[in-house]
Design a protein around this ligand. Structure first.
Ligand SMILES: [Zn+2]
Length: 231
């Protein structure tokens, strides 16, 4: 079971897009789970073993219990929006029975990200069906929220941002865990990708008067029970 379920096409997408939000909510006792849909490999300087070890370090940095991160067996660079994949994701939704889902925002240039989000959107619907061979009991999460891990660095107008200032260095520590992706891979010891994400989160933080904030969007109307959490 998990209250919030974050789907990531590759191990590192959840950290890039909403690592601060995951760390902050987990620290508050909210049950967050992350589902990596592929193992993320091959990449130029990674391997399945290296990537798994990096993911374990990142998971620890976010304070996420190991049991709340799972990896599925969709194939990196070959993620396809098909019925089998939809049902696989629907089974995971039924297993965790979350209130909300998180998916990568579209548009994106990475075909895996595009396919992943389409799969997640349809799997949310599939998960509620009866008289199907999808394992588990029917479940219909209330919302899909979209986080930003886009390869085209477009952010449109997010519907809201989450202040992650107090946990920001933990997000950076999680990103630093992915040495094969952001440091060795780029031949850049400064880590251009983490620095770009820091700049983005600083920009959105500045828009609401805090140090760092992560952007989100949603196609459905967002309701507030009161105004106490607005900043
Ligand atoms: Zn990705």
């Amino acid at each position: 079971m998990a209250e919030l379920l974050v789907f990531a096409p590759h191990p590192d997408d959840a950290e890039l897009g909403m690592g601060g939000t995951i760390a902050k909510l987990t620290a508050k006792g909210v049950e967050v789970a992350v589902v990596d849909m592929t193992n993320g490999e091959p990449t130029p300087y990674g391997s399945p073993e290296i990537r798994a070890a990096e993911t374990a370090r990142a998971t620890e940095a976010l304070g996420l219990p190991a049991g709340r991160r799972v990896r599925l067996d969709l194939v990196n660079r070959q993620v396809a929006h098909d019925l089998a994949s939809r049902h696989k994701i629907a089974a995971v939704i039924r297993r965790f029975r979350p209130r909300w889902l998180f998916a990568p925002v579209l548009p994106d240039a990475h075909p895996d990200h595009v396919a992943a989000t389409r799969i997640i959107e349809d799997a949310r619907f599939d998960a509620k069906l009866t008289q199907t061979d999808i394992p588990g009991e029917p479940c219909y999460p209330e919302r899909i929220l979209y986080y930003y891990c886009s390869h085209i660095r477009l952010h449109g107008q997010p519907r809201f941002v989450v202040d992650v200032s107090e946990v920001y260095e933990r997000k950076m520590k999680a990103l630093d865990a992915y040495q094969s992706q952001f440091y060795v891979n780029r031949g850049d010891e400064r880590g251009a990708v983490p620095e770009s994400i820091r700049n983005r989160d600083r920009y959105f933080g500045d828009r609401v008067g805090v140090a760092y904030a992560e952007p989100f969007t949603c196609h459905e109307l967002i309701g507030l029970s009161d105004l106490s959490s607005l900043i």
